[in-house]
Write a protein that binds this ligand. Structure first.
Ligand code: PEP
Length: 249
């Protein structure tokens, strides 16, 4: 990936009024790819508010089947028909509050790829797991089960996001050495399965102040941003601060 990828995860936030304001004030630059993940109910409004601005749209979740009696759920193929490009799979909030498990994560990746959506697969350790020295084990297990039987011969568009659970929404950005170690481990693990480079995003309290230094950590290819992506000004500032510092080719 030659440009950093900055993904705005709005979670269950925003309003129709707010999103119009967000896109009116959007001031991005060509040196980064930007993606916005609104709540599903706002997807179509987002697409029309974006117009021809250079920002892609994604979704925060899909279901593990393509159609059927699954009240309240949305399938990958439905989203493809709306020109949605990205989908987050396995966000820690879904693992924690909706009890999403590794098997479901794997099923969702299969369906996302089948629908030609780009999956952004979230993995990360809890504070307890880190304190117990289990970070590497947890990351490897999450990766191996997420990628089980995932054939990427035809669709190489797939992304991993390292999101330490204890850094999400807490203001506690992981220290550089922890991010470096985790991203190296993820890269090495993926290299044993695939013979091409899979981009790795970092997520966890990224903001306009820390983005410029975090982007220069080896193997950090961009960010998944929650809180600081809700306002256009702070999201655009992250993108601008990054592009000043992004040194890879
Ligand atoms: C996230 O929800 O993926 C996230 C990284 O949130 P925040 O930036 O608020 O920590």
């Amino acid at each position: 990936m030659s440009k950093p990828l900055i993904v705005a995860n709005w979670k269950m936030n925003g309003s129709l009024e707010g999103l119009k304001d967000f896109f009116e004030k959007l001031d991005l630059c060509e040196y980064a790819e930007a993606v916005v993940l609104p709540p599903a109910v706002y997807i179509r409004d987002c697409i029309s508010a974006i117009g021809n601005r250079a920002i892609a749209v994604g979704i925060q979740n899909i279901w593990t089947e393509d159609a059927g009696a699954f009240t309240g759920e949305i399938s990958a193929s439905m989203l493809k028909a709306l020109n949605i490009q990205y989908v987050i799979i396995g966000h820690s909030e879904r693992r924690q509050y909706m009890y999403e498990n590794d098997k479901q994560v794997n099923d969702k990746i299969h369906l996302a790829l089948k629908a030609e959506l780009i999956p952004i697969i979230c993995i990360g350790e809890t504070l307890k797991e880190r304190e117990n020295g289990q970070t590497d084990l947890v990351l490897k297990e999450q990766l191996n089960s997420a990628f089980e039987n995932i054939n990427l011969d035809n669709q190489k568009n797939i992304i991993v996001a390292y999101e330490p659970v204890w850094a999400i929404g807490t203001g506690l950005t992981a220290e550089k050495n922890k991010i470096l170690d985790a991203h190296s481990l993820i890269k090495e693990t993926l290299e044993t399965i695939y013979n091409f480079n899979i981009p790795i995003l970092y997520g966890g309290s990224v903001n306009a102040d820390n983005a410029a230094s975090l982007i220069n950590i080896e193997n950090v290819d961009g960010f998944l941003v929650g809180g600081a992506s809700l306002k256009s000004e702070s999201f655009c500032q992250i993108v601008k601060n990054i592009t000043k510092n992004f040194e890879r080719s």
